[in-house]
Structures are given as C-alpha cells and as structure tokens.
Ligand binder design. Structure first.
Ligand code: GDP
Ligand code: IMO
Ligand code: MG
Length: 428
C-alpha cells in the first residue's frame, strides 16, 4: 500500500499529534520523516495528556511499528527521557520503536551552538526552540554530521571528538562558555541506553512494509510555513516540512505516496519570530490564546494568534498537493460572535494579492471576509451534520476557496472529540 502523509499547513502546532494518534489504528506503521525535539505533539485520551517530541504519535497503539526516519535529527538524551516516561504506561518501545541508522545525532555542542547563534542575532533572532536543530542540519549538509549508525561503531568517540573540536572553535568565536562535562556524561549515558533499541536500515523496512500491502502514515513535524525552502525564510526551521520531505526523509519513492492529509487550525498561531500577516495584538488575539490554551508544547512560550489566513493556506495546499484537509480546534472559535478570514493581502501600493510575496519585510495588510460565528458549545457533538449551521457554512466557504475537502473537524483535544466525514472513512 502507499504511504499517506499527515502534515501541518501553518506554522506548526496544528494538532498533528492528536490526529495521528486518532488515525493510527488504520495503519501498520507511523513514521517521522524530519525535524526533531523541536516538535511537541500532544495526544489526549483516558483523561491523560501526553507530549511526544521525537517518538512518533502511533506509539500508544500496541501493534503498530513506529519509525524515526533518516530525515530526523535525534537527541539521544531527550529520547531516553521520552522512553522512560512511557514506561509507566506499559508502552513497549523495545518492540515497537525503530530508529534509522541514517538519522543525524544532536550533540550537546549543537544545542550550545543554537543558543550562541540566537544570542548573537539579538533582535533578529529566529526564536528557535534551542534544541540544536539548525546546527545539526548544518553539519548534515556540510557532510560532517554524526549519524545514529555511528553510535554503534568502535571509533564513535574519535568521530565525536573531531566534530566537537570544531564546535568548540565556533563557540569560542561566539564567546560562548563551553563547560561540557556534565552534558557529555548525560549524552554518553543516553547513547549506551539507545543501543538496546531497534537501530536499523529503515529504508528497507519501510519499503518492505509498503510492498507487503501494509499501511504507513508519515507524521510531519512543524508546518509548511516553516519549511526551509518555502517558509518565511530565514524565520523557518532547517528541514523540508512539506510532503516532498517524506520521500527524502524516509526513502520512499514519490510514486509510493498516497493521500496527503493537510491539517490546519480554524485560525492561526505562530511561535517564534517572523512574519504573521493576520496576527492580532489585541484583546481578540488574547481571547484566542486563552481559549485555545496557546502555549508551546516544547518551550511553553505563548503562541502568537490571529485569524485564518487563506492565501497562506492555499499556498501550503499547493506545495504539498494536499488531497484532504482536517480542520482543528473549531471549538476555540465558539467564543466569537463574528469570525474573520483573510482572503487577500493589500500591498503597500494598494494592490490586492492572494500570493505570498518573496520579500518578508513587505508590510501586508490583511483583507478580511467577516462571517457569523456559531457562538455555542460543540461539546458532545459526534456527527458532521450535527454541527451548527454557521460552522458548516465556515467549512463550506473554506472548501470552496481551497478546492480540497475538509474531512475531519476537531472540536476538542481528546481523541473522542473528532468529527469525521464519511468520505475519509471510505478511503481508509
Ligand atoms: P502538534 O505539534 O501539531 O501536534 O500540536 P500541539 O500538540 O503542539 O498543539 C496542539 C494543541 O491543541 C494541543 O494542546 C492539543 O491537545 C490541542 N488540540 C488539538 N486538537 C484540538 C481541538 O480540536 N480543540 C482544542 N481545544 N484543542 C485541541
Ligand atoms: P510541532 O511539530 C511550532 C519554530 C520555532 C522557531 C522556528 C525555528 O510541534 O508543530 P527550530 O528550533 O526548529 O530551529 O526553530 O520554528 N518551530 C515550531 N513552531 N511547532 C513546532 O513543531 C516547531 N518547531 C520549530 O518556534 O520559530
Ligand atoms: Mg507542537
């Protein structure tokens, strides 16, 4: 069977973890293909909230393989902590977790370089999660990174020392203190711990799964507007978060990709710096943040909030070839009597456009369409047709604009608060 991809269409935190966990029983494998511990994917069921950073969100379903693919950057220290935290829930990570030998390893010095680089940028900082993502991908592209497979080799320590010597020089350039002893001890302990797990040539495993007619769901991290090529560069992450990233990040041919599930919030949020045309720096934005509990799952930072941005959403749908859409957090808009959607941007010269400009410094003024809110609780609703008329009108308006069906409407953080449309069930 083909590999389906689920990815975020905005600036991350769309609710990917929730939906992957929800859909996982329909799959035999869930695979992460890019990013690393900068991700924070939240799952809620049986009254418990779990946040996963590196482990795929299928891990709570006992008979599903969970793969950390070659496109990922992996921090052994954070992975050890995550695995240990899952032990009390009787999650069998030894049996169900697979790690690609080709995934890049995040070293303590990568985290330091991330912090040093952000500090040096001052006002112009990216607002990185400080997990060492940028420096680790930089080393990958510079062809000097260390991979998970290297951890198993006898000469690992030598390779580690060679690379970290370079890092120390760089940190010296930043005047960044390099007291490493404690961080290194924790790192090497985590490396030993990791060796008990299934460290494999994952491109073979995933292609065997595909060829044996089993199903794979590729779980994106971050969002399309943080993509290294197509996001608001340089305020982006360092990987291809778009659908194409699943091919390179897993070793799956384009012809083996099936559905592309694009997920978006009924409004927008962004953590970190960078352009956000519909951002609301007012009481409405504050209410959204409070109602949506918009605080980062990885860093705890408060997320910037604003109305849905259609030009950005259309762009993300275009570069991903999204075949189906899932709209998350509809319930957060319950509090508003009026809901706005940005349909175009007004450029400084007064012209209207629905395209994202190359120059991120251009001040875009959003042009809004105003719609009546449903202004009621969605609690307990289970069928699509049961949803309030104004919410259905909102969904239909968006579908008309983007020309892709919205097949899930999520109305709360719990697994059960997921309204699924018939079309999707038939396809899966
Ligand atoms: P991810 O990074 O895309 O997996 O998303 P995060 O987990 O970082 O952020 C999404 C947040 O919204 C989490 O706290 C989820 O529990 C929560 N969430 C997901 N879907 C819904 C929903 O439909 N309604 C509400 N109110 N919260 C949701
Ligand atoms: P999930 O998978 C939201 C943002 C950071 C920063 C920029 C670069 O939970 O949706 P990085 O640490 O990657 O160098 O930071 O990207 N960012 C995210 N924002 N959700 C995420 O992941 C993010 N991962 C990175 O805030 O602006
Ligand atoms: Mg998140």
């Amino acid at each position: 069977m083909k590999v389906d991809i689920l990815l975020g269409l905005q600036w991350g935190d769309e609710g990917k973890g929730k939906v992957v966990d929800y859909l996982a029983p329909k799959y035999d494998m869930v695979a992460r293909f890019q990013g690393g511990p900068n991700a924070g994917h939240t799952l809620e069921f049986d009254g418990i909230k779990h946040v996963l950073h590196q482990i795929p969100s299928g891990i709570f379903r006992s008979d599903i393989k969970n793969l950390i693919g070659n496109g990922v950057v992996l921090d052994p220290v954070i992975l050890k902590r995550e695995i240990e935290a899952l032990e009390k829930y009787k999650v069998n990570t030894k049996a169900n977790l697979y790690i690609s030998k080709k995934a890049q390893v995040i070293l303590p010095t990568h985290r330091m370089l991330d912090a040093a680089s952000e500090q040096a940028k001052g006002e112009g900082k990216i607002g990185s999660t400080l997990k060492g993502i940028g420096p680790t991908y930089s080393d990958k592209i510079a062809r000097q990174g260390l991979r998970v497979g290297d951890l198993l080799a006898d000469n690992f320590r030598k390779k580690y020392d060679e690379l970290t010597d370079k890092h120390r020089t760089l940190l010296g350039f930043y005047n960044y203190p390099t007291g490493l002893a404690e961080a290194e001890a924790t790192f090497f302990e985590a490396v030993e711990f990791l060796k008990q797990f299934n460290i494999i040539d994952s491109e073979y495993l995933i292609n065997e799964v595909v060829e044996s007619n089993q199903r794979v769901l590729a779980e994106g991290a971050q969002g399309s507007l943080l993509d290294i090529d197509f996001g608001s560069y340089p305020f982006v992450t360092s990987s291809n978060t778009m659908a194409a990233g699943a091919c390179t990040g897993l070793g799956v041919a384009p012809g083996n990709i099936g559905e592309v599930f694009g997920i978006f919030k009924a409004y927008c949020t962004r953590v970190g710096s960078g352009p956000f045309p519909t951002e609301l720096n007012d009481e409405t934005g504050e209410r959204m943040r409070r109602e949506g509990n918009e605080f980062g799952a990885t860093t705890g930072r408060s997320r910037r909030c604003g109305w849905l941005d259609l030009p950005a959403l259309k762009y993300a749908i275009m570069i991903n070839g999204a075949t189906q859409l899932f709209m998350m957090k509809a319930d957060v808009l319950n509090i508003f009597e009026e809901i706005k959607v940005c349909t175009h941007y007004k450029l400084p010269d007064g012209t209207l456009t629905d395209r994202l400009p190359f120059d991120i410094d251009i001040k875009l003024e959003p042009v809004y369409k105003s719609m009546k809110g449903w202004h009621q609780s969605l609690k307990g609703m289970q069928e699509f047709d049961q949803l309030p008329e104004e919410l259905l009108t909102y969904v239909k308006f968006l579908e008309q604009e983007v020309k892709v069906p919205i097949n899930i409407v999520s109305i709360g953080p719990d697994r059960t608060e997921t309204i699924i449309r018939g079309e999707l069930v038939e396809k899966l």
